[in-house]
Ligand binder design. Structure first.
Ligand SMILES: NC(=O)c1ccc[n+]([C@@H]2O[C@H](COP(=O)([O-])OP(=O)(O)OC[C@H]3O[C@@H](n4cnc5c(N)ncnc54)[C@H](O)[C@@H]3O)[C@@H](O)[C@H]2O)c1
Ligand SMILES: [Zn+2]
Length: 349
């Protein structure tokens, strides 16, 4: 007679994002009953890193340069060794403070170190607050491919203070918000309609507008993550803009930021999939109001290079390149990208 066991996977992280929440960080971390704390932060955020480490009574503070080049396996080994040298055990809380580079890299390190130590994710960019910090995906680039090695593991805690965004340059601030537009475009027509008039205020970094956009991002993404943590079905919709976007990002080799590439990727994927002009126009208008670039610089608009990279993406299976696009705002459909359609989309005015 066989025995059957069923376990419910828990996908809940506690998420606290808002203006001034840094003050609550020590109590929140303490609630995890840690055996010590190690803070890993973006080297560019020295003052913030020092302050947070002090507030948390950290045993060690390690710095990592921001930017995609840091997302590599060698850094995982170095960080793991240094965390252990600081006396960490399996109950030591690892805090990752920085943008998506840091949260992806530190989240991955925490998920494999000693088979997993508690991880507190502290996003400091709009992109990380609206996307990278949410949902438990983390990882590093490998063999020239983005996010080639990684795990899915929810952080124990996500804490983001909107005040941390103050030092972020305008361009980067805006580009991070492209991820909210993306989510609404494929998941929620009402939220998209809310973002349309909000976009100019977001571009001006209005705190109330940003609070609302982050709130929309957290609600939309976590609802989907709870329904499909392992990314086998509905979560695919979040890849909108990322099939072509990641290819552009890889080809640009660090010269274009993720949010920029996703914005361009969304428009190109819609065009390649023959999405109605009205939908494409609404997307393009929001991107314009946000003040982000919409066209691929000519040196990266190479069909054969982009196609080669898209075909080796981890989402591609047996040579076919799936992507998710909104057939209507809020309604995603999975379609197939071809090199001919990619070429036509790149040539479209
Ligand atoms: N795991 C996921 O689900 C997921 C989702 C989306 C994106 N990502 C990843 O996120 C990464 C991009 O994230 P990012 O755009 O935040 O990049 P990033 O972390 O590299 O930050 C970009 C730059 O901003 C600086 N910076 C960070 N916070 C700052 C602040 N508060 N003030 C001033 N400067 C600051 C950094 O030093 C860096 O130079 C990509 O690697 C992407 O693959 C992951
Ligand atoms: Zn993204």
């Amino acid at each position: 007679m066989d025995r059957r066991y069923e376990f419910t996977r828990t996908t809940t992280s506690r998420i606290v994002i808002g203006l001034g929440v840094e003050d609550a960080l020590p109590d929140l971390v303490r609630s995890l009953e840690p055996d010590g704390v190690v803070v890993l932060h973006d080297a560019a955020l020295a003052d913030l890193g020092v302050r947070v480490a002090k507030r948390l009574g950290a045993a060690a503070r390690l710095t990592i340069p921001g930017g995609e080049a840091s997302k590599k396996l060698a850094n995982v080994g170095d960080l793991a060794r240094n965390i252990r040298l600081a006396g960490a055990t399996r109950a030591t809380v690892v805090v990752g403070l920085g943008g998506g580079t840091i949260t992806d890299l530190v989240g991955f390190t925490a998920s494999v170190l000693l088979r997993g130590v508690p991880f507190v994710c502290c996003p400091t960019t709009t992109l990380a607050m609206c996307d990278a910090a949410l949902g438990g995906k983390n990882g590093v680039d490998h063999g020239g491919l983005k996010n080639e090695l990684g795990t899915i593991r929810q952080p124990d805690l996500i804490v983001g203070d909107l005040a941390w965004l103050r030092t972020l340059p305008d361009e980067q601030f805006r580009e991070g918000l492209v991820e909210v537009v993306k989510k609404a475009a494929v998941l929620d027509a009402a939220n998209f309609a809310r973002l349309e008039p909000l976009a100019p205020a977001l571009a001006q970094r209005d705190v109330a507008a940003v609070t609302e956009a982050v709130d929309l991002a957290v609600t939309m993404k976590m609802a989907l993550v709870q329904a499909d943590e392992a990314d086998r079905g509905r979560r695919h919709a979040l890849n909108f803009g990322h099939t072509i976007g990641h290819a552009i990002e890889s080809l640009a080799g660090g010269k274009l930021r993720h949010g920029t590439c996703v914005g361009m990727g969304m428009l190109l994927e819609c065009r390649a999939a023959g999405v109605r002009d009205e939908v494409v126009a609404r997307l393009a208008n929001v991107l314009t109001a946000l003040g982000v670039p919409k066209t691929v610089p000519p040196q990266f608009a190479n069909v054969s290079d982009l196609w080669r990279i898209a075909r080796s993406d981890k989402k591609a299976v047996r040579g076919s390149v799936p992507m998710c696009v909104p057939r209507a705002i809020g309604d995603a459909v999975e379609v197939e990208l071809t090199d001919a359609a990619l070429g036509a989309a790149l040539r479209a005015p």
